[in-house]
Design a protein around this ligand. Sequence first.
Ligand code: PGA
Length: 306
Amino acid sequence: MNISIRQLQIIDAIVETHSYSLAARRLHMTQPAVSMQMKQLENVTDLPIFERHGKRIMLTSAGQKIYKYVHGINVQFADLEDALIEIKKGAGRIKVSAATTANHLITQMIANFRRKHNNISIALDITNRKQLIDQLQKFEPDIVIMGEPPTRLDLESSILIPNPLVVIAHPEHPLVKQKEIPFADIAQYEFVVREHGSGTRARIESFFKEQQLEFKSTMEMGSNEAIKHAVIADLGLGIVSLHTIKLELEANKLVILDVENFPLERHWHIIKRREKHLLPAVKSFQKFIIKEAKIYAKDYERFLVK
Ligand code: PGA
């Protein structure tokens, strides 16, 4: 049945004003246009909707029966118009997913963003690289912050900042005082590493392979927190993103070893599915992140000065 929102709005205006001409004025239309729209609607529905009681235009009994639906639709349509205006102004909800290793980075940036845009809510999911690729495949997140982007998906991706991987040890480890330690020496030790599916883990394994060295891990752990605890407890060496150990370095609970070829170079990327349309709120978040990440990276430079 071909009924337009405009016709439903006209019904509401006539019910409130009891007059075609006042309804027309209210809707910025001409009176013949209003009458014609009502005639068309009565033809389509095959029902009389209004009748004249002296000078007043009133709903017929059929008109009264449909009016509650008509009014409900008009209220919802007005809500929709308000929501569209809000969305255009930048309010809304952003779905962000980030690699476990980027947890500190993204949390800091979200906190700074929310201070300026408290009308935008953010749903954040922190998970490993394998899960992020899964989510991207299903078009779930608006924005993803992760290591190197997967090649087999159609993505828009740009480098945010470097994500240096460093070798960490307990402060009393015998290697702490040594300079430019050959990686072959480090490879003799046992390592505490992330689970399979972690991007950091994959990079460590590929580096061992490039160096033609065997990779020995004593323990596998599902989070950077767990790795830090294990290294602090002297259970092995760790290779982690510099962005996961700020507090421990400042508190002298962990030390970065001076190893040849380190830090290993990786990068954080900001990624979205190419086909995904971003709402203005997401676009402004994206822009903010790209700017803010540079400030974040600068704060870490001091830890790499030899
Ligand atoms: P992850 O993150 O090691 O926490 O999986 C890094 C990446 O996405 O490569």
